[in-house]
Design a protein around this ligand. Structure first.
Ligand code: DX5
Ligand code: ZN
Length: 220
């Protein structure tokens, strides 16, 4: 069976206790954590940036999966590398210079990710696919947690999975937005490797039990 990775989105965690939240995730057996960086311009919301991520990097062994929802992310590649991001995912809609920015992420020593808003066609990944470690299919419009999954994104996951397999690549597919215990297995079966969960994870402690519930769902 393919490996299933759960990446809890800190957007729904207790921002006043981020250090404790990271420790709790590690104790619950999680390997990845998802950081939603928002600039108030690409999306309406504002969250955190390199100083906070860098400070918490010192206290955590988790794989830092950093989702940038910021305009012109090429301005901050070095800052996120220095902060200790393991994977840096930029939005296809956020810069005119995707190839240059993806190359800069790789050269800075991080894994590369490209995120697509729900309405953005898959065609945009075509030439870049061999340079990407992960493609993020947004299944809600970015900016907020707790929204409902947009159904047509299922077709997009299946189509992307077909593209990756047809080319013999190992690019991971991440799905972010509206993931719940009820749809997780279906999304995995469609081809998602990494599921991001905010409200459906942090709203249901203890985390070890919630983590296990997601893993069990995959075997159902
Ligand atoms: C939305 C973020 C998501 C968000 C998901 O812009 O990218 O990571 O936290 O939240 P849920 O899982 O509650 O839809
Ligand atoms: Zn996200």
């Amino acid at each position: 069976m393919r490996e299933f990775i759960l990446s809890p989105s800190l957007l729904s965690s207790d921002f006043g206790n981020l250090r404790a939240e990271l420790t709790a995730l590690e104790d619950a057996g999680l390997k990845w954590v998802h950081w939603d960086v928002m600039d108030g311009a690409f999306v309406p919301n504002i969250t955190f940036g390199p100083p906070i991520i860098g400070r918490l990097r010192k206290t955590s062994k988790l794989f830092f999966d950093v989702h940038l929802m910021i305009e012109r992310p090429e301005r901050y590649i070095r800052e996120f590398a220095d902060a200790g991001a393991d994977l840096l995912c930029i939005h296809a809609e956020s810069t005119l210079h995707l190839e240059r920015t993806i190359s800069a992420i790789r050269e800075a020593g991080m894994k590369t990710g490209l995120a697509l808003n729900p309405a953005t066609p898959l065609a945009i990944v075509d030439y870049l696919l061999p340079s990407l470690d992960m493609v993020l299919i947004m299944s809600v419009n970015p900016g907020f947690g707790g929204q409902s999954f947009i159904p047509f994104c299922k077709d997009k996951i299946a189509a992307l999975s077909g593209m990756i397999r047809a080319r013999g690549l190992e690019t991971l597919i991440q799905v972010d937005g509206g993931v719940t215990l009820d749809n997780a297995k279906e999304l995995f079966d469609l081809g998602a490797d990494v599921l991001v969960s905010g409200s459906a994870f942090f709203g249901f402690p203890p985390y070890a039990e919630r983590h296990k519930a997601f893993q069990d769902a995959m075997r159902a």
